[in-house]
Design a protein around this ligand. Sequence first.
Ligand SMILES: C[S@@+](CC[C@H](N)C(=O)[O-])C[C@H]1O[C@@H](n2cnc3c(N)ncnc32)[C@H](O)[C@@H]1O
Length: 435
Amino acid sequence: MGEERVSEQVSLLYVPLGEEDPYPEEDWDYATADTKILTHGFHAYPAMMIPQVARRLIRMYGREGQTLLDPFCGSGTSLVEARLAQLNAYGVDLNPLAVLLARVKATPLPPESLQESLACIYDHYRRLQRLPKEERQKYVPRFFNIDYWFSPQVQEDLALLRSAIWSLQEKLLRDFFLVVFSHTVRECSYTRKGEFKLYRMPPEQQQAYRPDVLATFLAKAEANIAGMAQFVAQARGESWLQVWQGDMRQKQPIPDETVDLIVTSPPYGDSQTTVAYGQFSRLSLQWLGLPDEEAKSIDSRALGGRQAESQALCYRSVTLDETTERIAQLDRRRAKQVRAFYDDFSLCFTEITRVCRQGAKACFVVGNRTVKGVKIPTDAILVEMAEGFGWRLVETFERRIPNKRMPLQNSPSNVPGERGETMTREHIVILEKQG
Ligand SMILES: C[S@@+](CC[C@H](N)C(=O)[O-])C[C@H]1O[C@@H](n2cnc3c(N)ncnc32)[C@H](O)[C@@H]1O
């Protein structure tokens, strides 16, 4: 790491919390920022938040000792930043892979213990490799489509590696290496690299593809231990972290009015199509032992994944009414899907409102989708919805999405080959809970 970057991090860390905006001159794009610092580069995840954005928001609206909630925590970007700023942190996500990633990334672990554990995994793996072929084969799991995504050799190597990791007694250490394993699963599968959705590489490429499972695992383990060492050096203090698998439409185990700050990027409302968190996680989850049906159903269980039954919903958004009306003129079914997402979102908002104190700030990073050529102004809809729950708008920042973190084009009309812009800008909406 260059000297410049080190000093940049240090200066970010020592900005006192609760300041107005410590960087009023800077835009929110962070086009050239390194987003993989500390533990942030442990594992890919769709639509990750930029750590610099989370850090700045926490510094603007948080104070040491306060409690932050990320109700859609994904891979845990804002939880990592909360701990660095000495805030306590709750994280909730529907996706068990996200929960594992978030917990591991935001839990400091001594690098020496990790190095020792890595040596144990290596020895154990080498011992298993010396077993006769038919014995080694007994370790290979059977799950839906395993032969479609993994060569026989990769299946065996992953199976032995998984068993070696499971030989670690200490859960925190084991979880750390399960994250490395999950990365290895994806890297060594036939999935096309650099994509979040599951696409298989063409047959001629598959034949030439001979990934080295152990080498992939060891290289990533060393990189992640180095990231953890940096995190440990910076994460001082006594803050706590709780992360669990949960559905924010339902009541969560958080007492009433105890949360001071929300920093989150909610799902974009198209988990079934463009940003498929479940599809991205499926192979890892199957290797981690989640039953096939559960691993396959994450996207349909996410917000807007199913058309909600008519429930007693208590929100109104004129902008949403107008937008869905325009979409309905083109496609009634798509209009209903869009509406289902916001209905679901309003249920989460009920829960968010319950757990937040009066005066709490909520920072939502949201993108504006396009469906059937109609732009959906999520930021405006969110503000109107929030007002109905007793929140007021403080301010909105705009940021350009400078990298390929999000698929910029999809087929919003669901017509193969027809492309439309999804999102190149997002909004950061800051709300305050009123009395
Ligand atoms: C945009 S991602 C969050 C990314 C995260 N900020 C990060 O940096 O990795 C949105 C997350 O919402 C989760 N999600 C979708 N529906 C949910 C629900 N009903 N309850 C809780 N989490 C949900 C998805 O699994 C996904 O991880």
